[in-house]
Design a protein around this ligand. Sequence first.
Ligand code: MRU
Length: 369
Amino acid sequence: MSTDRTEDFFEKIITVKLSGERDCVDIIDQTLLPGEIKRISLYTKEEIWEAIKKLRVRGAPAIGVCAAIGLAVLSNGIETDDFEEFYSQFKEIKEYLASSRPTAVNLFWALNRMEKKALELKNDSIPVIREKLFEEALAIQAEDIKISRNIGEYGFSLMKELKKEGKELGILTHCNAGTLATAKYGTALAPIYTALEHGWPGTDLHVYCDETRPLLQGARLTAFELSEAGVTTTLQCDNMASMLMKQGKIDIIFVGTDRVAANGDVANKIGTSAVAILAAYYHIPFYVCAPGSTLDFDTPSGKEIPIEMRDPSEVAELWYRERMAPKEIDIFNPAFDVTDHELVTGIITERGIVTKPYEMTLPGLFKKI
Ligand code: MRU
């Protein structure tokens, strides 16, 4: 954001694009990072579904953008002049894409927004509907960039309050809620990129990235993004965060989220709730960066948020040359956990920062009372 180097890097790592020919979704295959920045083309609904499921594209807002662009591309291929026939095939594709991952509400939010647009246009011709669906998907993507910028500014205002002259500001983050997880800039990393844009040298900041077992989004993606952007970055295993906090190295914590329930409970990458509990113990402010598309007013509390359970091999085999657990052992592998709203210092949205009681403050900001 601040330097040519950073801007070039952002261009290189734009996670999701509509292809020039508008015949596929063009994504970075995040399973190959940081070793290789490779773009792949997703033409079919099965390829899009697989890319979301396997985390080739991941992070709540990026999943939403990918699904919206994918639905526009696939709608373009529905060959009929009859709206009822078009809508029935559209709906089938939409529901199939929605079945890829259950926790990030942005996926359903983006797909529902596309459906609403199709229904609004039911009296138009199919070619017009196809065109408007492309426009809607690209609007979702463009809005996500603006939302991240706003979250960045609000988060940066907190950083300015905490920064002490001559001392680097220590920030801890978990998983990856950066450019790779959104249309651009990220949510939890947006305040950091905003600081660079406002002229803070990368050395005024020190970001501690939790490795984020078992899929290593912190090590493979966050540490990669931030170090490339010129920010002082340290990587630690998840179970080392407590020691950093005890040593006074962490001034503030920013994390992203996959879904915020109406009472302010927050689903995010597994391990986030442990970070929040430690933060409360050490009196470190714990902020969740959440675009409006992640707020789920229809889900009363974290208890009702569906948590994705993933393949045991991710824990016992994925990164190892040979299996690192007994063959028959039972393995618990939830992809997300829920942080109790009591532990959340504040939720940073594109419209401002809210604090408790979230069941009042969140709808107040998003006009849902
Ligand atoms: O399983 P992932 O990698 O999709 O999980 C991602 C996270 O938990 C992120 O923190 C969240 O989606 C917010 S991304 C801005």
